[in-house]
Design a protein around this ligand. Sequence first.
Ligand SMILES: [Fe+2]
Ligand SMILES: [Fe+2]
Length: 309
Amino acid sequence: MTTAMPSVVSTPMLYPELFKQLESVRWDMEKDIPWSAFEAHSLTDEQAQTIKMNAITEWAALPATEMFLRDNRGDSDFCAFLSIWFFEEQKHSLVLMEYLRRFRPELVPTEAELHEVRFEFDPAPALETLMLHFCGEIRLNHWYRRAAEWHTEPVIKKIYTTLSQDEARHGGAYLRYMKRAITNFGCEAKAAFSKVGVLMASARRTAQALHPTNLHVNKSLFPRDTVQSRVPNPDWMDQWLNQQINFDAIWEGKVVDRILHNLSLLLDRSFKTVQELNRYRKETAQQVAQELAASVKSTSASVPSLSVP
Ligand SMILES: [Fe+2]
Ligand SMILES: [Fe+2]
């Protein structure tokens, strides 16, 4: 399994087009957020606390970007796209902090609290990480849609709706890179995407919220090696999902459907259930193993043997 993508030269770069697309729909912090519509009586302390934790979680795009740039050194197109992704994710953190600065200044995260989520992630297979983040964007799009419904204060409702639309677009951009990876790496990419897809679409079987910020990413820092373990209240995400925004089985089902739908289009096979995707995962894993065995055989066949006198 590779930990970094080989150099990519065969397909046109996606960055110029993605830049244009994402720039054309970019929102303005000052003009597009209706700050003057704020209703003080509609914001509870409980809600304001969750905004703080969300702002810190979004800040974790910083170590994620450092990881992506390190693990994709051979792919300048993707790294250029990351400049957009990083900018937009940091802006998510900033708009939530700006909301707190205006209306709950005592809850604005300190620089130390933000810096706490910046830690090194262990190197990981680039194709699996790409799929992980694609699923993460889909999930976050749904979480933020639910958060917009749960909140009662109009400005923060609008902010969460705005963020959820950005997350959906990020998912779309990652999907373009996944499509390109299939063109460039074939079976290896299909195997990586279906493997992570099965894991990320199986949330109902695990107690943990399946999001990149909830995964262990640095063995030497265990157990404080998830982003969520390093925010001021490490239990907040579970409370937020289960008791506050109430992300129930119906919503979880929507996330799974989106993942399966997009993988069906990407892999050109219909997946109605995670089990069907799992079958495909096994097939492709087998194919990768066969291809590997065949290439080892052909390499060893072409190596001249040394004759001992
Ligand atoms: Fe975000
Ligand atoms: Fe995002």
